[in-house]
Design a binder for this molecule. Structure first.
Ligand code: ADP
Length: 271
């Protein structure tokens, strides 16, 4: 009866901010080096509200580093990241504080992140994994947040597992919980870092189906992926990276007809 109540309650909508002219996310001239070796060299990326952008490219090309920079998980060496036109991460270039990195903490909660390795809290149940961050940020009463959690678990097909611990779940199930957990914060943009690459092949589909559903609902997202069928089917744009640079940034249709030997060679190898 309870499950029925959850199923019938209206599902919160993640409406894109269509009237906004501003990009949901804009990265300008991002630079990053590890041990003096350049990993990203002047990367620009702009994501409009409601847009789905896949990032593809050979291993080591800087895709994960880029998405971690976008979320503030890596320190920026240079450049700026804006959310809805407001600076989220920026390196001060002038004045007494020159070289200092400024981060807008408030914006951090507006970015949802899903990792390759799920990263659920092992000592918490599925439900408590979902409740931890929104409770900490006082985003509602316990009852409100619990109902929201059940709805999101239902949405990703995990309602029946709300009281289990992560180790009792398959990788695909854990990843679906991780997606629901990220959505609890009502993010303005979702970042996925190779969300299916740690999964057994038969579990990949169930996770991609959930992400595809979100894309159709208009959730703004950036997905680093090796799943080319998914990227071509779901994305508005596909960004191809190589050696720390954006080599092309096209719609799937444009990418298919573009005559770029490096992109062609890559696509031939992965498909
Ligand atoms: P991709 O996701 O495209 O495979 P990554 O962003 O993971 O690429 O890595 C890009 C380059 O940065 C690689 O050469 C990698 O070895 C290096 N790198 C990534 N993270 C670190 C780190 N924490 N310390 C040193 N080098 C790193």
């Amino acid at each position: 009866a309870f499950a029925e109540q959850v199923r019938q309650a209206p599902i919160p909508k993640f409406t894109p901010i269509a009237e906004s002219e501003l990009p949901a996310l804009q990265a300008t001239k991002l630079h990053k080096a590890f041990n003096n070796v350049e990993v990203l060299g002047s990367v620009d990326l702009s994501i409009q509200p409601g847009e789905v952008v896949s990032i593809i490219g050979p291993s080591g090309s800087g895709k994960t580093t880029l998405i971690r920079l976008l979320n503030g998980l890596e320190q920026l060496d240079n450049g700026e990241i804006c959310l809805n036109g407001k600076s989220f991460l920026k390196l001060l270039k002038y004045g007494a504080d020159k070289g200092r990195l400024v981060r807008n903490q408030e914006h951090q909660t507006k970015i949802g992140m899903v990792f390759q390795g799920f990263n659920l809290f092992p000592h918490l149940t599925v439900l408590d994994n979902l409740l931890l961050a929104p409770r900490y940020h006082k985003m509602g009463t316990k009852a409100e947040l619990s109902m929201q959690a059940y709805q999101l678990l239902n949405k990703v097909g995990m309602l029946e597992h709300a009281w289990k611990y992560p180790h009792q779940l398959s990788g695909g199930q854990q990843q679906r919980v991780a997606i629901a957990r990220a959505l609890m914060m009502k993010p303005e943009i979702m970042l996925f870092d190779e969300p299916t690459s740690a999964l057994d092949p038969e579990k990949v589909h169930e996770v991609l189906t959930v992400i595809e559903g979100l894309a159709r609902e208009g959730v703004t997202m950036v997905v680093v992926t090796h799943e080319m069928n998914f990227a071509f089917k779901v994305s508005d744009r596909i960004v191809f990276m190589e050696k720390g640079r954006v080599v092309c940034d096209d719609s799937p249709d444009q990418l298919k007809v573009r005559d770029n030997p490096r992109v062609d060679a890559f696509l031939k190898n992965v498909s």
